[in-house]
Design a binder for this molecule. Structure first.
Ligand code: IPM
Ligand code: MG
Length: 358
């Protein structure tokens, strides 16, 4: 298994270190044959070579079968030129590798029902999957920029744009995913206002004819945001564009108690993928051993499942997460009374122990 590790910035290196411990433990137990290499992305890459996505990193990413990423960005790089910001490195690697299919599952571990900001009964048993288009839409649309008008006023502008083929391929990812789960798919758009999503809705509706076993519904994004916090269990799979998916997946993350719990997979047409926690680089807690490594560990599990077809190893890692939560171990973000607060590394150690014990 050729895996490129991109620790990135902030808490990235800390959470990735724990995921690596867990992968190595899985290697000991299941004989995975890991071949790990490491690269620079984001602020770390800017500091070392002046670019958020160095050519060397891109070449390594192309050569790898899968990529495990921590997080990028931080206040240190907030004031540099826009084109060179750490986030540009992340967006560029997604675009260069064609990682258009972003899977963001939000599953509430029953042990964490009390850690959610929502009432336990609203979130108990929650299991939804957000499928976000990741290489198109307003994130990449041209023209874009900040220009100065004749009267001297500055004007910012972006273009929200999707072609039919882009909508269809993310639609297929979502329909296929729904087929393997509860067979319900909700397509989220703003078709009452934005033409780009009028087309989105039309293409999703056309596709539905090919998936008669999946029930397709449509929802406007403002309502979807409300429904996610009002009655989130009504959703099975949600499919949406890049910007709406960014926002809704943060909201969905919080339903599970903490954004520190959410993994993600970003896949290309062949299923090659980059795996990363949904949370960011959290510079405010970086380097203090406070970060929750579970989202990154669960991302590594997704990698084994989707890129390497090792469902049984992914299951074992996910069970280990359940075991440590059952034992009452919590990082600060998911801490509730009666549990034991541990640091990032202790959480990783406990996961390895649970994994190796079976
Ligand atoms: C995410 C992040 C990124 C995004 C940022 C860091 C560019 O918020 O993966 O959700 O907006 O896609
Ligand atoms: Mg985001």
């Amino acid at each position: 298994m050729k895996i490129l590790i991109l620790p990135g910035d902030g808490i990235g290196p800390e959470v990735v270190a724990e995921a690596l411990k867990v992968l190595r433990a899985a290697d000991r137990r299941f004989g995975l044959g890991l071949e790990l290499s490491e690269g620079l992305l984001g602020g770390a890459a800017i500091d070392a070579c002046g670019k958020p996505l160095p050519d060397e990193t891109l070449a390594k990413a192309r050569a790898a079968e899968a990529i495990l990423l921590g997080a990028v960005g931080g206040p240190k790089w907030d004031n540099i030129e826009r084109a060179l910001r750490p986030e540009k490195g992340l967006l560029a690697i997604r675009a260069e590798l064609g990682l258009f299919g972003n899977l963001r599952p939000a599953i509430l571990y029953p042990q964490l029902a009390g850690a959610s900001a929502l009432k336990a009964e609203v979130v108990a048993g929650l299991d939804i999957l957000i499928v976000r288009e990741l290489t198109g839409g307003i994130y990449f649309g041209e023209p874009r920029g900040i220009r100065t008008l004749e009267n001297g006023e500055r004007q910012g502008f972006n273009t929200d744009i999707y072609s039919e083929s882009e909508i269809r391929r993310i639609g297929r990812v979502a329909f296929e995913a729904a087929r393997k789960r509860g067979r319900r798919l909700c397509s989220v758009d703003k078709a009452n206002v934005l033409e780009v999503t009028v087309l989105w809705r039309e293409v999703m509706t056309e596709l539905a004819a090919e998936y008669p076993d999946v029930e397709l519904s449509h929802m406007y994004v403002d309502n979807a945001a409300m429904q996610l916090v009002r009655a989130p269990k009504q959703f099975d799979v949600v499919v949406t564009g890049n910007l709406f998916g960014d926002i809704l997946s943060d909201a969905a993350a919080m339903l599970t108690g903490s954004i520190g719990m959410l993994p993600s997979a970003s896949l290309d047409v062949n299923g090659k993928g980059m795996y990363e926690p949904v949370h960011g680089s959290a510079p405010d807690i970086a380097g203090q051993g406070k970060a929750n490594p579970l989202a990154t560990v669960l991302s590594a599990a997704m990698m084994l499942r989707y890129s390497f077809g090792k469902a049984e190893v992914a299951d074992a890692i996910e069970r280990a997460v359940g075991t440590v939560l059952d034992a009452g171990l919590r990082t600060g973000d998911i801490m509730t009374p009666g549990c034991r607060q541990v640091d990032t590394a202790s959480m990783g150690d406990a996961l390895c122990e649970a994994l190796l014990a079976g």
